[in-house]
Ligand binder design. Structure first.
Ligand SMILES: *[C@@H]1O[C@H](CO)[C@@H](O)[C@H](O)[C@H]1NC(C)=O
Length: 216
């Protein structure tokens, strides 16, 4: 009997851990983020439901392209819980991605979300890399109307390979997906990671590492 209870507890624990690996299902109609609350919870504290307005669930301006005047020729406009407090606890968000000719969204990961992207205009080369030890590159060239999925946590990228500008819309399975841009995190951390450590990790001369670090 005791053994059965222990086993059942272990099973219950395993399943509750699985369930909490991602955003929990809401326990009410909504929990509009109260950004003024000092309460620290997983997510954001709820506004009084009586004070909730349509504007808490709304955003305007996604028809306006993001600014691509930068070194990588890429601009993103996020619509997550920061822009739309009504997304709190709902486990979804949106982003508009703009690419100058040959612009790239550099290799990055979303620690808390899978992503589904569709090309609205232009042509994009997209890809993600599977985890160790295979590190297999899964990539494809997308045309207008094509859709591609980037599984949660995996390093992925896009590049504009068409003529002229490109743009895409992507949905993500978190109110706050987070972005870790690999180059920025590795070479642009504050304070910097020791250059001799990175030289060993990347199997190059320390001078090359310092050169890259200097760019970030
Ligand atoms: C786009 O970004 C660049 C670089 O930060 C800036 O100089 C420029 O004014 C921005 N353009 C617009 C339209 O906001």
């Amino acid at each position: 009997m005791a053994k059965t209870i222990l086993l059942l507890s272990l099973v219950a624990l395993t399943f509750s851990c699985l369930a909490f690996a991602f955003e929990p299902s809401p326990l009410q109609d909504f929990c509009v983020a109260d950004t003024t609350s000092p309460a620290r919870v997983n997510g954001l504290a709820c506004k009084d439901p009586m004070m909730v307005q349509a504007s808490d669930f709304s955003f305007s301006g996604l028809h306006i392209p993001g600014n691509t005047s930068n070194a990588v020729g890429f601009g993103a406009k996020a619509v997550n819980v920061v822009q739309v407090p009504g997304l709190n606890t709902l486990g979804i968000s949106l982003v508009r991605l703009d690419y100058a000719p040959w612009g790239i969204n550099p290799p990055h990961t979303h620690p808390r979300a899978s992503e589904i992207l569709t090309v609205i205009e232009g042509s994009l080369e997209v890809g993600f890399v599977t985890s160790n030890p295979e590190n297999r590159l899964i990539s494809k060239v997308l045309q207008k109307g094509d859709v591609f999925v980037f599984p949660v946590g995996l390093v992925h990228f896009q590049r504009n390979v068409g003529h002229g500008n490109a743009f895409a819309i992507a949905a993500l399975s978190s109110q706050n997906p987070g972005v870790i841009t690999i180059a920025n995190a590795v070479f642009g951390s504050k304070a910097p990671i020791a250059s001799d450590l990175l030289a060993k990790a990347f199997q190059v001369d320390k001078k090359i590492v310092e050169q890259i670090q200097w760019k970030f």
